[in-house]
Design a protein. Structure first.
Ligand SMILES: *Cc1c(COP(=O)(O)O)cnc(C)c1O
Length: 395
């Protein structure tokens, strides 16, 4: 029987440039972004470079992707108890950030391709009167962004994008993250650039940028922030925004900058691996993979498939048969939250909501990570193992 002996949770080491810069910084002890005197801080340089790479005017670096989501809602001016639309199919940092910002998550169904269901979104915009959608591009899948924008514009709803899985992706040539008022990225180890933990908030709105900067812990040092709005744009923010320190430190900013420079090349490498795995899985009649829309340029750092006719018991068998052959699959239909799978019913801080379409899709949805430490040939082997495991589990 074929077996995969690699490790789907192992990341590549960091570039030498990151390591050298980290050691230099440790020798100086200058790890706080506002402490660097006349030099541009690493954090400010990262913000400037990431904003330029994205093509967005402002970037605020912070301690995690989830913190960036929370910060964006705070800076948006969310009122206590205000509704926030978001995907029912997402991971816990998203509803978590809404809860921490004092909002009330209104969960929107996904369609068979796992992207947000625009008909359900329109219904819930009308029912809830929400001013904002926090849209998770879950597992790197983009909904038709043109149709989405038309819908949000028609109802005057602001968009905050959760780009934890779409750093480097685009729709019709526009980078994911540039469609709305603000967007949030994660630099946690399992995302597309790795500082262990970290977050990046981007926005076109200078007031939101100023409010987020002060809230994230600039104190009155915002003029030393480096890459932010003009001093006069902080006139109200400096008095209005409660501090909740979540600044990015110099060490993490320093190790991220060389990785950002490599990101486009890494996206190509993910694409090769994704396509190799996808080509094998498409041979399986029992599996359903999304046809990736031609407008979508995605980052293939993970792959999802459904086995629509499988029972819950067969899904459980599939996970264990694949695991015995060295392939760790995540099943989003598991009754108990496990690993990074998370279902709305396990978020007890969110009002209980009826989401039959999402539950049906998640009940047979599987996910596999594609780290860059594995090769395209490994991906073919993994694909063969998945096909054999599906046959065995469903026969
Ligand atoms: C990872 C992730 C985040 C942010 O996570 P942090 O661990 O807080 O950086 C947000 N949304 C999704 C969908 C994620 O997977």
């Amino acid at each position: 029987m074929q077996r995969f002996d690699g490790d789907l949770t192992r990341q590549e080491g960091l570039p030498e440039a990151s390591i050298e810069r980290a050691i230099e910084l440790l020798r100086t002890g200058r790890l706080h972004r506002y402490q660097t005197g006349e030099h541009e801080s690493e954090a400010a340089a990262l913000e400037r470079e990431f904003a330029a790479w994205q093509g967005s005017p402002y970037c605020i670096a912070c301690t995690s992707g989830g913190y960036a989501l929370f910060l964006s809602l705070l800076a948006f001016g969310l009122e206590p108890g205000e509704p926030v639309l978001t995907n029912a199919y997402t991971l816990a940092p998203v509803p978590g950030s809404i809860a921490h910002a004092g909002g009330r998550a209104v969960l929107v169904e996904c369609d068979d391709d796992t992207v947000i269901d625009l008909a359900d979104l329109e219904r819930k915009i009308t029912q809830s009167g929400a001013r904002v959608l926090m849209l998770s591009h879950m597992r790197g899948h983009l909904v038709d962004m043109g149709l989405l924008q038309d819908l949000l514009d028609a109802h005057g709803v602001a968009l905050i994008e959760d780009c934890a899985h779409t750093m480097g992706a685009s729709w019709n040539g526009t980078r994911s993250g540039n469609f709305g008022l603000a967007a949030c990225f994660s630099t946690q180890t399992y995302k597309h650039i790795n500082s262990g933990e970290g977050g990046l908030l981007i926005t076109r709105d200078k007031t939101l940028a100023a409010r987020a900067t002060v809230a994230s812990g600039s104190y009155m040092l915002y003029e030393r922030h480096g890459s932010g709005p003009q001093a006069e744009d902080f006139a109200d923010a400096k008095f209005e925004m409660p501090n909740c320190s979540g600044r990015l430190d110099e060490l993490r900013a320093a190790i991220l900058r060389p990785q950002l420079a490599d990101l486009d090349a890494q996206v190509m490498r993910w694409g090769e691996r994704y396509r190799a795995l996808e080509a094998v899985l498409r041979r399986g009649n029992a599996l359903r993979l999304r046809e990736r829309p031609p407008q979508e340029q995605f980052v293939g750092s993970s792959l999802q498939f459904r086995v629509p006719r499988a029972s819950a018991a067969q899904c459980e068998t599939l996970v264990s048969v694949a695991r015995a052959r060295g392939v760790e699959l995540k099943w989003f239909g598991a009754p108990q939250p496990h690993g990074y799978t998370s279902r709305h019913s396990s978020w007890r801080y969110v009002d209980s909501q009826s989401l039959p379409a999402t539950e049906r899709v998640l009940s047979t949805l599987f996910d596999i990570r594609i780290p860059l430490t594995i090769s395209a040939a490994d991906c073919e082997l993994i694909g063969e193992i998945i096909l054999a495991s599906v046959s065995e589990a469903t026969s």
